[in-house]
Write a protein of this length. Sequence first.
Length: 107
Amino acid sequence: MRDIMGMMGKVKEMQAKMEQMQADIAALEVEGKSGGGLVAVRMTGKGEMLGLKIDPSLFKEDEVEILEDLVIAAHKDAKDKAEALAAEKTRELTAGLPIPPGMKLPF
């Protein structure tokens, strides 16, 4: 019976740590860039876009498609950075736990 109580305590502790990790990830702010820094996107760890900066040299009528592509690329760069930070925090939290490879947390 003691083992079950101990295990339940550890589960509650892990749940609290997971909730804190989710809050930490949501509070993260990352910046993605494209076009050698001509376009920059700032976003939260949850993927909410906070800001967009575009170098004025890109405001040319015949380069609209290039600008659109650069915005998409900068957003992807920021999203990839946020996901990498979230994965790193998850690995730190779950270190030593027998979690199957490829299983994403939080669920």
